[in-house]
Write a protein that binds this ligand. Structure first.
Ligand code: FMN
Length: 193
């Protein structure tokens, strides 16, 4: 049994961040057999996280959420973009974790935003955060802008690629490549074998 913790920091109800988190989780579970998924909605823990920042102690509910994350085999972490970065709630949750708690943990990162133009938040904000915590984000991270939900074909393709990479990392098996449509240059020139 492989356990995956899903941390989702959306505030709306329904939440597009939760939708992306569920899409990533199902991409992983369709590749990896025998997976147990535990979803942690940070909006339900917002006050507990703030109290932990002020007192240094987690509430029982926050303690349970922290334990689910730190004892999981892998983590899917998804945040909405707020003011061009991860949300404050998302960051605060990782601020209250022990700094070594995610050491070596495979992470699949995702973000949602109103505009496609903020997709680099994955690379300039989320990757450095998890690098600092010595976690191990997989190569593909997934960003969903509002426009992606209208015709989610591309988003599904990205989620499925990220899911395969994450599943392969969890099972320590090689990533199964899909046909990318790439045609070798020799073949285009008609000089290949
Ligand atoms: C305070 C605030 C700041 C935001 N800043 C950005 C931003 O800088 N860039 C962006 O693309 N979207 C921004 N958004 C839009 C949210 O990222 C987007 O609506 C997100 O998908 C909401 O997630 P949810 O539905 O899970 O709550 C902002 C929204 C709020 C409420």
């Amino acid at each position: 049994m492989t356990t995956i913790a899903v941390v989702t920091a959306g505030l709306s109800q329904p939440s597009s961040t939760r939708l992306l988190a569920d899409k990533l989780a199902s991409a992983v579970s369709s590749t990896l057999p025998d997976v147990e998924i535990e979803v942690i909605e940070l909006r339900d823990l917002a006050i507990d996280v703030t109290k932990n920042m002020l007192t240094g102690f987690p509430s029982p509910a926050l303690r349970a959420a922290i334990d689910k994350v730190t004892t999981a085999d892998g983590l899917i972490a998804v945040t909405p973009v707020f003011t061009a970065s991860y949300s404050g709630l998302f960051k605060s949750f990782f601020d209250v974790l022990d700094q070594k708690a995610l050491d070596g943990m495979p992470v699949l990162i995702g973000a949602t935003g109103g505009t496609e133009r903020h997709s680099l938040v994955l690379d300039f904000a989320l990757r450095p955060l998890f690098a600092y915590l010595r976690a191990e984000p997989v190569a593909t991270a997934v960003y969903a802008a509002s426009s992606d939900w209208a015709s989610p074909g591309d988003l599904d393709t990205r989620a499925s690629r990220a899911g395969r990479e994450f599943a392969a990392r969890l099972s320590s098996s090689p990533i199964v490549p899909v046909n990318s449509g790439f045609v070798p240059f020799e073949q285009l020139l008609g000089t290949g074998e």
